[in-house]
Ligand binder design. Sequence first.
Ligand code: WQD
Length: 345
Amino acid sequence: MAAERILVTGGTGYIGSHTAVELINAGYQVVIIDNLSNSSRDVIDGIERITGVRPDFVEGDCTDIDTLRRLFAEYPGIKGIINFAASKAVGESVKKPILYYRNNLDTLLNLLDLMADNGVKGIVFSSSCTVYGEPDVNPVTEQSPIKKATSPYGNTKQISEEIITDVIAAGAPFKSIILRYFNPVGAHPSAEIGELPNGVPQNLIPYLTQTAMGIREKLSVFGDDYNTPDGSCIRDYINVVDLAKAHVIAVRRMLDDASEAPIEIFNLGTGKGVSVLELINTFESATGVKVPHVITGRREGDIEKVWADPSYANNVLGWKAETPLADTLASAWNWQKRLRERGIM
Ligand code: WQD
């Protein structure tokens, strides 16, 4: 049977590129569309260096439906879609809500609008633990209450899940699997691809590795006066390759019509909560590299503690986040060193 074709929107981004690698490794034909607003075309070369296969690539914006129409015509037979294409910086979303609602929602609406006419069987949607807000109880299950979003970014994820639900309830002839990520971190073990945010990193790990490399003077730990064992915030840091593998399982599940319902939702986390200070210590012991850091005030909008109960994904998808945090942080450091070797950073 010819390799099944999967469309990966936002596929030169951090999670998208790692997922493209795992899809190719699993024998799928991959078409990537990305507007390169937060990534670069070099990522396609990295994917090819890892897999020996160059994915098809379209530089384009998924908010333009004619761009997508042309893509479906150029690459017929797309069986599944994984939608990563979205703006994802919580702080930026507060400053630029229109950009976030337009980019994240128009992209999804365009994809859903074109799927039936193009025979696409299912869409995997990249959601986030952000939809839970500050959970009353940890660990968080898929039944944990959805709290009012604390940012336009988080709201776009909640609204997107509702859009998918309504479109499928209206009889759309396809399925969806919604994956709620906790905190994706790390890089491919080859150090050919990894997280490469534009400008000053908002997320902890890229800021930490850039500080370890001397690019940043010191890491600010945003508060140590939370109600946690060491006072710093707790998150569920999940290896990006483990996360990518869950997407391949989800695609297969939809294409095999194995889904138990038209929409399935899974938390993707390790099930272990780790504090910022614990993470810094783990990085230092895993790499032997010190991370100069200082305790500062809290960051507005930060959640105190959130980590996953991943048992539903473990049991139903047969998937588990396996990589130890120390190895994950070592992979992030190897990636940062590779960027230095290449003169990129
Ligand atoms: C992690 C922890 C900070 C930077 C967000 C989105 C989520 C997802 C991942 C897209 C927090 C602390 C951070 C720093 C710090 N986005 N921190 N100093 O906020 O948990 O999640 O990014 O997929 O949807 O909400 O991730 O990496 O920004 O922060 O102390 O310089 O590190 O306070 O406790 P966050 P993060």
